[in-house]
Design a protein around this ligand. Structure first.
Ligand code: ARG
Length: 359
């Protein structure tokens, strides 16, 4: 197993882009962070090949290499960070991938993608779980499915503390999984439950979730994580996993745990079974016109989208200066399935929207 890490030489909390970072600016004990990181990766190195990228000044989150991209079979889809604070990491990571001989895929649009932080393979299966709703755009899941030629299951994250999929979800070999159900919406929980039978999935407690237990790096049958209750360790032991605890609480102040600090450069082999899997995700361009603010039309329209599992981007917003004039908004709406998109379009048409282009 090859993994990529980045020494925390410039690690700090300089800005706030997730709830864990609130109140932590300037509060990192740099020496302590360094020693936590070193003891973790010394232990990981015993069973994995750990490669390292040079840290970049003024990129305090660069140690969270999981966000750099998603790699499989020598190919990488590099990250496009939603947060401008982290966009400076894109070029050095892409350069590293190129020098290491990976084939770099160019995404078609500009949609955010935060790497393995939001995209995790079910080990040994042609199945990729992908998060959306906070950082990575739902539309990026279309690219993931065609690029890696796997089924992509889109999971919506609804709790801002669990803003990346890897903070609350860890697929394990043998079709197993640990996850924190409250971090997902109802449709996503149903997707998970319909694919992983109850005896193979473990819903972690609030305590384990808050301690980033799901943010685990697996090497063989070892699971490296920040903390685990005895109850969690016991279940993992019956599944034949050895839990290895390494406190990384300095990194938790930035919203990252053990998995965030590591990027898999290869995935366990799986069989694609020759089947190609078209993505079920659909999008449409929709114009909303009228008294968008006075009549609360915009808010109601956006609720229609999210209530039907969709996601949106506002491509244009033209607000009228006077109450007697109409405003206009151009929305790019994306939904996990054709039915969801139909429901959204119907709901928006009822509000007086004009769908202008449907794909
Ligand atoms: N401060 C970083 C951010 O908000 C933490 C990233 C954690 N990485 C992860 N894979 N969950 O982007």
């Amino acid at each position: 197993m090859r993994i990529l890490v980045c020494p925390p030489d410039h690690f700090d909390v300089d800005y706030v882009i997730n709830p864990w970072m609130e109140g932590q600016i300037g509060r990192i004990d740099v020496a302590r962070a360094r020693s936590q990181w070193e003891s973790l990766f010394e232990d990981v190195s015993a069973t994995a090949s750990v490669e390292s990228i040079a840290p970049r000044e003024r990129s305090p989150d660069m140690c969270f290499t999981a966000n750099a991209g998603l790699l499989e079979s020598g190919r990488v889809l590099p990250a496009r960070f939603r947060m401008p604070e982290r966009s400076g990491e894109e070029a050095p990571f892409a350069e590293w991938f190129e020098n290491a001989g990976f084939e770099i895929a160019e995404p078609s649009g500009n949609d955010p993608f935060e790497g393995e932080g939001d995209a995790l393979f079910q080990p040994g299966e042609p199945l990729l779980w992908a998060g959306y709703g906070v950082r990575t755009a739902l539309e990026t899941h279309i690219a993931l499915s065609s690029l890696f030629d796997v089924e992509v299951v889109s999971l919506r994250l609804v709790d801002p503390r669990f803003y990346h999929l890897d903070t609350c979800f860890a697929p394990l070999p043998g079709g197993r999984l640990i996850y924190y159900p409250a971090a997902f919406d109802r449709r996503s929980r149903t997707e998970i439950e319909s694919r992983i039978p109850a005896e193979r999935r473990l819903a972690v407690s609030d305590i384990d979730a808050m301690n980033f237990a799901c943010n685990t790096l697996r090497v063989g049958d070892r699971l490296f994580m920040n903390a685990a209750t005895d109850a969690l360790r016991d279940v993992l032991a019956t599944w034949d996993f050895e839990t290895r605890i390494h406190r990384v609480d300095e990194f938790l102040k930035a919203g990252g745990g053990v998995k965030c600090l590591s990027l898999l450069l290869e995935q366990p082999d799986f069989d694609r079974n020759g089947a190609s899997r078209p993505s079920p995700i659909r999008s449409a361009q929709i114009q909303l016109r009228g008294h968008l603010l006075d009549a609360g039309l915009l808010r109601r329209g956006l609720d229609v989208v999210t209530e039907a599992n969709g996601s949106f981007r506002v491509d244009a917003l033209d607000l009228a200066e006077r109450k007697d004039q109409e405003s206009h908004a151009m929305l790019h709406v994306v939904a996990p399935s054709e039915e969801d998109l139909d429901e959204i379009v119907e709901g928006l048409v009822e509000l007086g929207a004009e769908p202008t282009k449907i794909r």
